[in-house]
Ligand binder design. Structure first.
Ligand code: SF4
Ligand code: SF4
Length: 264
């Protein structure tokens, strides 16, 4: 029989291995989407802007590629939660890469940041954008959007990048700095698409479920959550990006991604 000490060591090794595997697999999936479909979030966002614009003008909504992508992402979110944010959004991936690459700098200067919970500012941001589009000022939103700058950079269109408004370049720069200080800063606090996805009743088929047998109350799950939420909490369900970090760090295997109906 395996001695208790060795068993503990092997479990610890397996856990570390699992955590790293989940982390790198997600990074690779994000990289694939980043390279192949970097503008998905911008297209979905254009779908949101176009919808508000069409309603404001009393026009019939165009059934174009933007609306189709928005609808597909909403259906995916409805069924599986915000997997788009966790795996496929290029701007979310950009935040993850920046935070990962600046980790050594934060460690060197011993930077301690009090991470905020997934915030509510993104809802007023979304509301302002919708009102502007409803009033026919869609171009104003595009002009000051940091996403416009990122879309030009992601498509290698540097000439257009520098023709963006100075305000949008400055906002983009501030967001990049903030992303290197707080994990998923933009997603937590500002993203209007994140607000849209958080409003959708998400994860009908798969979402994070927390069992009742939390053995250690170590809070490893919430401490490791990139959004700073309480994994499995019903009221924060819409903020979860299904990164699975909480599932793999839990020492008691108390979290899982499940079919609601099967477990509840
Ligand atoms: S919250 Fe916004 S930026 Fe973050 S991953 Fe989701 S859509 Fe992308
Ligand atoms: S750590 Fe858990 S609760 Fe937090 S975003 Fe990832 S899957 Fe969701």
């Amino acid at each position: 029989m395996q001695p208790a000490k060795e068993k503990k060591k092997s479990n610890h090794f397996n856990k570390k291995y699992m955590i790293k595997t989940v982390k790198y697999v997600r990074m690779v999936v994000q990289l694939i989407f980043f390279v192949l479909l970097p503008s998905l979030f911008d297209q979905a966002f254009t779908g949101v802007k176009n919808t508000a614009d069409a309603i404001g003008k009393g026009n019939v909504l165009q059934w174009d590629s933007f609306t189709k992508i928005l609808l597909i992402l909403l259906i995916v979110t409805l069924l599986f939660g915000r997997v788009f944010c966790g795996y496929a959004c290029a701007f979310g991936a950009l935040g993850d890469y920046i935070y990962f690459l600046t980790g050594k700098i934060r460690a060197c200067i011993n930077m301690k940041v009090k991470h905020g919970k997934a915030g509510k500012i993104k809802y007023p941001v979304l509301a302002v954008i919708l009102i502007l589009c409803f009033l026919g000022k869609k171009d104003l939103v595009t002009k000051y959007s940091p996403w416009t700058v990122f879309s030009f950079i992601a498509s290698g269109n540097f000439k257009e990048t520098f023709s963006s408004s100075l305000a949008s370049i400055i906002i983009f720069g501030i967001i990049i700095v903030a992303m290197s200080v707080e994990e998923r800063f933009f997603c937590r606090h500002l993203c209007p698409m994140g607000a849209v996805f958080a409003i959708v009743p998400s994860g009908i088929l798969a979402r994070i479920h927390k069992g009742k047998n939390c053995i250690s109350s170590c809070h490893a799950c919430s401490k490791n959550c990139p959004l700073g939420i309480e994994p499995g909490a019903e009221e924060e369900r819409g903020e979860c990006i299904t990164c699975l970090r909480c599932v793999v760090v839990c020492p008691g295997k108390n979290l899982s991604i499940v079919n609601n109906k099967a477990k509840n």
